[in-house]
Write a protein that binds this ligand. Sequence first.
Ligand code: HPA
Length: 267
Amino acid sequence: MLEKQIDYIRSITDFIPDIAVVLGSGFGRVAESVKTEAVIKYSEIEGFPVSTLDNHKGRFVFGYIADKKVAIMDGRVHLYEGYSPQECVLPIRLLHLLGCKTVIFTNAAGGINKGLEVGDFMIINDHISSFVDSPLIGKNIDSLGTRFPDMNRVYDKEISNLIFETAKEYSIPIKSGVYAQLKGPQFETPAEIKMLSAVGCDAVGMSTVIEVIAARHCNMKIAGISLITNLACGILDQPITNDEVKQTAALRINEFTKLLTETLRKL
Ligand code: HPA
């Protein structure tokens, strides 16, 4: 399947990206800052999981940001949409096969650590995958990677430092911490957030970790940035809505684009 999909993409563009960027909820506008070489909708690619969300466009944008050759994943799919972990990570494997050696993941997240504020960016320095199934369950694809991949220092220190420095340079609020992926789509209960806090999670969301596992499996360099769009349930005693998540992303999109562009320039 992967070969057929690569062949299809190659029939449209021979562009070889170096760096992949996976855009989280509400970050689609970043794709507008790409000097575009080619755009391919996921729905054109046979067997490709297609996003069911209105704020996830569902397309690859190939081109240049800050003179770097990038492949932007404008929209991702989630477990709660009914896709399997293997389906959710298929785009990451394609990006690897297309040539990307590095991948920067982004997402919207709920802040658990009391030091996080709404609107902060959080560099992901580690994750907890224990609440979701691994995308590596089943027969190992030996051509991609080893049966038992190591998970120490998954998030590249050098790229994370560059993100941190760049944020400081432009006075963009930035922290770092541990991200946990839960399946969703319901937001967590206060008891669940207490549990996550007790086991060392700083922020929570419904994506990224399984994709990171797949990227690590095929030996890509990885960095991750969460935008804290809301404080997690029970941290504030008020309902969380998807509108709040979207609003925070909209407020931070210019800073996010700056952070990404200027980090890419230094890579
Ligand atoms: N929980 C889970 N996922 C999220 C949240 C949250 O509070 N905010 C944004 N994505």
